[in-house]
Write a protein that binds this ligand. Structure first.
Ligand code: DAH
Length: 339
């Protein structure tokens, strides 16, 4: 083989090495370019038959060619190994940072949160929490609460009456209805517990109101009742003003204005100064002696105050919610904002 051909052979071989796509092909290339039967090795064997003055130069060229080729093959082998490993790694890859199917963390409905907050405030000053039935007797919803049969809130235009399960006619105190307020629990609670009483009652109430931005036929109230041997109007004001500061913030101002409720005398409405206005927050008053009589308490022995507030109203004022219907439409985009 002359030196020119050798150079060409080496060039071709280097090209094959550089482009060998995998280790098997590289092995084949190796045996064909530097293996025992490769042209270069054959040529080395033939050196002896060359004229003596050529041998040295050809021998040197062939050895160099072999060194170059072996070096190139080694390099290519290393590169192919890394490539193969990378392919394996890529195929086996587990991305630990990928998000997995984590369940969305839920939260209480804002009405539940609000009721819990209010109940906690009163619990912290010694009140207990009780609940009562939503299907109620007119006696507890009205009569025991000093509300006469002719009172307009008893009309069907305000109150949802319910047929008795046996279908029998009921009238007056025996009529069944969906409670229009949580106040009936005042009477139920006092019937079961001797004084002193400090209790709050969260619950659902029902009225024949038409669904609009500020009315719903179903809403929630929290009732409160404190009865003891010497409770005065100052206790009512102090307790409810304290509640307002705890619920709306320490600097909250309150005002009490006269009102009327059948079951309290005197009665009042508590207003809260919020965002530049006086807002009606709740009804309250000193428990009417007639209520004590209706539940078997002696009005000469005890006095007390009561109050009732709308949960939706509290939440709407505190969180600047403009439409009561947001509470019931169960849109998670709304409900998820109140965690
Ligand atoms: N039950 C009344 C209502 O539904 C609210 C209320 C007012 C409750 C005065 C009371 C109270 O206990 O003393 O509007």
């Amino acid at each position: 083989m002359d030196l020119q051909r050798l150079a060409r052979t080496v060039e071709e071989a280097l090209e094959r090495v550089a482009t060998a796509p995998d280790l098997a092909e590289l092995d084949r290339t190796k045996s064909e370019t530097v293996g025992r039967r490769s042209p270069t090795i054959q040529a080395r064997r033939g050196i002896g038959s060359l004229p003596p003055e050529q041998r040295r130069a050809v021998g040197k060229a062939i050895n160099e060619a072999l060194r170059t080729l072996r070096g190139a093959i080694q390099e290519r082998r290393a590169a192919l190994k890394i490539e193969a490993e990378n392919v394996l790694l890529e195929q086996d890859r587990v991305d630990l940072t990928l998000p997995y199917g984590r369940p969305r963390r839920g939260n209480h409905h804002l009405l539940t949160t609000t009721m819990n907050e209010v109940c906690d405030i009163f619990r912290s000053i010694g009140y207990q929490v009780a609940e009562g039935p939503e299907l109620e007797l007119a006696w507890y919803n009205f009569d025991a609460l000093n509300t006469p049969p002719t009172h307009p809130s008893r009309f069907e235009s305000d109150t949802m009456y319910v047929e008795s399960p046996g279908g029998e006619e009921r009238s007056g105190p025996d009529e069944l209805l969906l409670r229009t307020q949580t106040s009936p629990m005042q009477a139920r609670f006092m019937e079961k517990h001797p004084p002193p009483v400090y209790v709050v009652v969260p619950g659902r109430v029902f009225r024949t109101d038409t669904w609009d931005a500020t009315h719903s036929p179903v809403f929630h109230q929290i009732e409160g009742l404190a009865v003891d041997s010497d409770i005065r109007f100052g206790d009512l004001k102090g307790t409810l003003a304290y509640f307002a500061k705890e619920f709306f913030g320490a600097r909250t101002r309150t005002r009490f204005i006269p009102h009327f409720f059948p079951f309290t005398e005197p009665s009042a409405e508590m207003l809260v100064w919020f965002n530049g206005e006086w807002l009606e927050m709740l009804g309250c008053g000193m428990v009417d002696p007639n209520v004590f009589e209706a539940v078997g308490y002696d009005p000469a022995e005890v006095t007390g105050f009561a109050f009732g507030m709308g949960v939706e109203r509290l939440a709407m004022v505190k969180h600047s919610i403009r439409d009561i219907r947001h509470f019931y439409e169960n849109d998670l985009r709304v409900l998820g904002q109140y965690r």
